[in-house]
Write a protein that binds this ligand. Structure first.
Ligand code: GDP
Length: 714
């Protein structure tokens, strides 16, 4: 076996942005410049419709594919010299706020990112959220300030907003020549050269001298850049202080290292729409973003021993891979996208799914390109590809060599905050709906389905109205399901704020085989795990629940303890305050008893469930509601009306800032108060204000409000 491409020439990266910053346009340009796509679709001309689903259908494969492969020859390599050619695997990261979980998911498998900013708005709320996620994942980034051709664009202000709101270690690598309609090109501060982009689609990158009027400025900013780079290398720092000239190669070497270490975030600029600057960003991806060899080895657990296990990006190590996205493809059916972390895997082989413990045959493997699917025989470490037709896999599952099993850390998804009833129109729709919902929930782990225990209706749950609307629309178009939907509802939760103990007994002894279950539980609010602390053997910890088995001397036999846990979980799902699922509970099983003949799983389940309900009622139970982070942009003259209205919606106003001619209000508002907000906001501001919103956290509902919700549920 040998790999088709040296690993140091692979870049797995994503493009992340606030919606509308130009991610789609930039991706289109990348596919064009990398020679895979021969026609540029303009978003604003309607050729790329803003409706991404329609878009996907019309193009077969598109930029919305979970991962797409293309090749880039850095700008100053002659086309015949392919020695520097690099393979890009571009991983899709959705821009809309309802899909932040998707961004998180993709951040797990990519090694670096290009963050696109709108040159008028600068840093926007979504850029901040995504930036934070990237920080958590230690993802190296290069920034691209886009749209410099737009009215009101400012490289300076956008750059400043990055420094102030994201990271003070952002370093400008370029400055623009002209702005707005006079935006002509960029000056590269490293080389001190000017670049313009000629030809129909800016495909010809032309290097020239810096225009006179920019010389001073370029020198000044170059010094600033050099200082920020040499700071990270003692030898260069000394040379610099001694007044020596630092070579471009040295600067690039240190910059690459520091970008990979998340210590510097280089900033580039241009206009994707006007075909300016994108190629130089691609060069930066090659120069500064890591290859799979540059990132730390992946960590998981050996499922047999529970010990930590590590896999390096080497073809010699045992095979391990993570499924990061299921996506239906109009031509080949379901695709399971995976990233190989170590070893290699070939089409036709049997693979072990260590998450489920099942083996499955890997049929075909494909790699998606802009206009075709390339059949792949073997996928090596560090690479990304998609398997066709795997049946028993889900997002976040680990595939591996069954002789060397490992379970990679699963991707964590947010729990849904919004719920909506859905009712099929006819019997035939009902049948199709089941299939459709299965497919859609497989594809998007933040989209969930449950059936209301009282009404038996199907309830869809997700991260926002838009996401649920899209699901309903997709059901209609892709699966031919006609359905009525209810109003969006808040997905409340419940938790406890205090400690309580209770005992449950389920004993039926009326001759013959009886029932005997007896358990004593202590409930407490679940505490976050301390950094570096190991989870004791008798504790089972889940995202929202912890079960501690403190049974001594076998007063409850081992075999019945899972039944106790199950009874507790079922009671948690039913809730205690108003029938919403409970979260963040730590439950300790402290005592109980058993009967040689009569004890059964069912009896322990019932006893545990009784004990739980009894204790939960006394452990200060509360209702929790999602609090959203809201940003409203409005002309100043409506500021008073907008903030006044927000305040009447239980909002907490965090601050008001200027942005160009507008005011920006940052607030935290309960989701329950935000339904239909766009209509109110428009009518209040003659249609001139806009807002964005994303999930912040769950918080207890104030008492008076809680009473209304509880009444309504009765
Ligand atoms: P996305 O939501 O981040 O994928 O953004 P799109 O690529 O769909 O772009 C949103 C809108 O901004 C579209 O109308 C684009 O035509 C426009 N746009 C994208 N890049 C530029 C740019 O560089 N300059 C200008 N003036 N408009 C742009």
């Amino acid at each position: 076996m040998s790999r088709d491409y040296p690993l140091e020439k692979v870049r797995n990266f994503g493009i992340i942005a606030h919606i509308d910053a130009g991610k789609t346009t930039t991706s289109e340009r990348i596919l064009f410049y990398t020679g895979m796509k021969h026609k540029i679709g303009e978003v604003h001309e309607g050729e790329t419709t803003t409706d991404w689903m329609e878009q996907e259908r019309e193009r077969g494969i598109t930029i919305t594919a979970a991962a797409i492969t293309c090749f880039w020859n850095p700008t100053y390599m002659p086309a015949t010299d392919t020695s520097k050619k690099v393979r890009f695997n571009i991983i899709d990261t959705p821009g809309h706020i309802d899909f932040t979980a998707e961004v998180k998911r993709s951040l797990r498998v990519l090694d670096g990112a290009v963050v696109v900013f709108d040159g008028v708005a600068g840093v926007e709320p979504q850029s901040e959220t995504n930036w934070r996620y990237a920080d958590e994942g230690k993802v190296p980034r290069v920034c691209f300030i886009n749209k410099l051709d737009r009215m009101g664009a400012s490289f300076e202000n956008s750059y400043k907003s990055i420094l102030e709101r994201l990271n003070k270690n952002a370093v400008r690598m370029q400055i623009p020549i002209g702005l707005e309609e006079n935006f002509k090109g960029v000056i590269d501060l490293l080389k001190l050269k000017a670049y313009s982009f000629e030809g129909d689609k800016g495909e010809k990158v032309v290097e020239g001298e810096i225009p006179d009027e920019y010389r001073e400025e370029a020198k000044k900013f170059r010094n600033e850049m050099v200082e920020k780079i040499v700071e990270h290398d003692d030898a260069l720092m000394h040379a610099y202080l001694d007044g020596k000239e630092i070579t471009i190669d040295d600067l690039k070497r240190v910059l690459r290292k520091t970008v990979i270490e998340n210590k510097i975030f280089p900033v580039f600029t241009g206009s994707a729409l006007k075909n300016k600057g994108v190629q130089l960003v691609l060069d930066a991806v090659v120069d500064y973003l890591p290859s799979p060899l540059d990132i730390p080895p992946v960590v998981g657990k050996d499922p047999n021993t529970g010990e930590e296990a590590v896999r390096h990006a080497s073809d010699e190590e045992p095979f391990s891979a993570l499924i990061f996205k299921l996506q239906s493809d109009p031509f080949v059916g379901q695709l399971s996208f995976f990233r190989v972390y170590s070893g290699a895997v070939s089409a036709g082989s049997y693979i072990y799914n260590s998450t489920t413990g099942k083996k499955e045959r890997l049929g075909r493997i494909v790699r998606l390109q802009a206009d075709k699917r390339e059949e792949v025989q073997t996928v090596y470490s560090g690479e990304i590809a998609a398997a066709v037709g795997l049946k028993d896999v889900k997002t976040s599952h680990t595939l591996c060599d069954d002789n060397h099993p490992i379970v990679l850390e699963p991707i964590k998804f947010m729990e849904p905050v919004i719920a909506m009833r859905i009712e099929p129109k006819t019997k035939a729709d009902q049948e199709r709906m089941g299939m459709a919902l299965k497919r859609l929930t497989d594809e998007d782990p933040t989209f969930k389905i449950k059936s209301d225990p009282e009404t038996l209706e199907t309830v869809m749950m997700g991260m926002g109205e838009l996401q649920l609307d899209i699901m309903v629309d997709r059901m209609k178009r892709e699966f031919n399901v006609e359905a009525d939907v209810g109003k969006p509802q808040v997905a409340y939760r419940e938790t406890i704020q205090g400690e309580a103990e209770a005992e449950g007994k389920y004993i039926r002894q009326t001759g013959g085989h009886g029932q005997y279950g007896h358990a004593r539980l202590t409930l407490r609010p679940m505490q976050p795990l301390e950094e570096g602390k190991k989870i004791p053997k008798n504790v089972k910890r889940y995202d929202n629940f912890e079960f501690i088995d403190s049974i001594k001397g076998g007063v409850i036999p081992q075999e019945f303890i899972p039944a106790v846990e199950k009874g507790v979980r079922e009671a948690m799902d039913r809730g205690i305050v108003a029938g919403f699922p409970m979260v963040n509970v730590s439950c300790e099983l402290t005592f109980g008893s058993y009967h040689d003949v009569d004890s059964s799983e069912v009896a322990y389940k019932i006893a545990a469930s009784q004990a739980f309900q009894d204790a939960a009622k006394r452990a200060k139970p509360v209702l929790l509601e999602p609090i959203m982070k809201v940003e409203v942009v409005t002309p100043e003259k409506f500021l008073g009306d907008v903030t006044g209205h927000l305040s009447s919606k239980r909002a907490m106003i965090l601050g008001v800032e200027d942005r160009g001619m507008n005011k920006v209000i940052n607030a935290e508002v309960p989701l329950a108060e935000m339904f239909g907000y766009i209509t109110t906001l428009r009518s209040m501001t003659e249609g001139r204000a806009s807002y964005t919103m994303e999930f912040g956290r769950y918080e207890p509902v104030p008492n008076n409000v809680a009473q209304t919700i509880i009444e309504a549920r009765k």
